[in-house]
Design a protein. Sequence first.
Length: 303
Amino acid sequence: MGGTSGPVETLADTHGLVTRPGTRIWASSEGRGWRSVFATSQHETPFEAECSAVPDHLIVVHLSGPVHVTRMLGGKRETCLVAPGGSFIMPGEVEFGVRLEAALDTVHFYLHRVVFEELAEEFAVGAGSTRVIPRLGKPDPLLEQIAIGLRDELQDGTPASALYVDQLARVAAARLIRAHSTAVLKSAADRPSAGLAQRRFQRVRDYIASHLDSDPTLSELAAVAGLSPVYFARAFRATTGLAPHQYLLRARVERAKRLLMTSDLRIAAIALDCGFCHQEHLTRVFRKHCGMTPGVYRAAVRS
C-alpha cells in the first residue's frame, strides 16, 4: 500500500485504507483532473492495517459515529472515541497503523504537498521546517466543512469544479498550517495584501471571458496574472470581493442573460455554451443568482 514518490492521484496511490474489503466507496476524484487534492467519500467497516508512507498529507473526517479508533505511530498506541466531525490527520512521508472498531461514513482527502508548501511559504516563518502534527479525533469545524464541500463536489461535479476544489485545498492547507502544524506564523504586516494591478486584472478577466465553457484552475488563472496561486487568490478577492470560482460562476450567468435576451438559442444550448453541465444546472444557478428561471427571465426581458 502507498509508497509512491509522486502526489496521490489514484486509489492505488493512497494508503489503501478505503480499498479494503468491506468498504463501499461512494465517489472518488480519480480521473476528474483535480490537481491539488485527492478525495474519496465512503462507508467504512471495521479493519486494522499497517500503512506505508505516501508523500501527501491525509485528512480523514468522520461523518457518523462515534467510533473508537486506535492509532499506532512511532511505537506508541493511542485510542480515541471519535465523534462525528472528528478528524484523523496524518502527515505525509510517515508510516503508521490504524484500527477502526465500528462502521462509519467518512471523507478522506490527500492534500498535495506542493499546495501545503506554497501556503507555508506565504504564512510561516522558516516554511521549509514546518511540519504537520498528527491528530486523532480532534474536531475541526473548518476541516469538516471542507470535507463536506469536497464530498458534494464528488457527488455533483460541475464546471468551475476544478477552480472551487483548488480553493478548498488551499483553505485546508492554510488551516493545517495555522492549527495543526509546527509553523511560526508571519505577522500580517509581513504578508502582501494588495489587490491586482489593473493590467493583471484585465488579463485575468479576458481569460475567464474566453474560457467560460471550460474548467480553468487556480494555477492557470494565477499564471495569466503572473503571480503565485496563493498571492493571486488573495489579490483577486481583494480586487473583486469574490473568490475566483464565484467570479467565474457569475460571469457564466451574465453570459447566459445576454444570450437569453439577444438570441433564439434553446436554453439547453445556452447552458452548454456558458459552461454549465446541462439545462437543469443552469436553471439551478440562474434561479439562485437572479431569483427566476432562465425561461421566465427570457419572457420578461422580451415582453
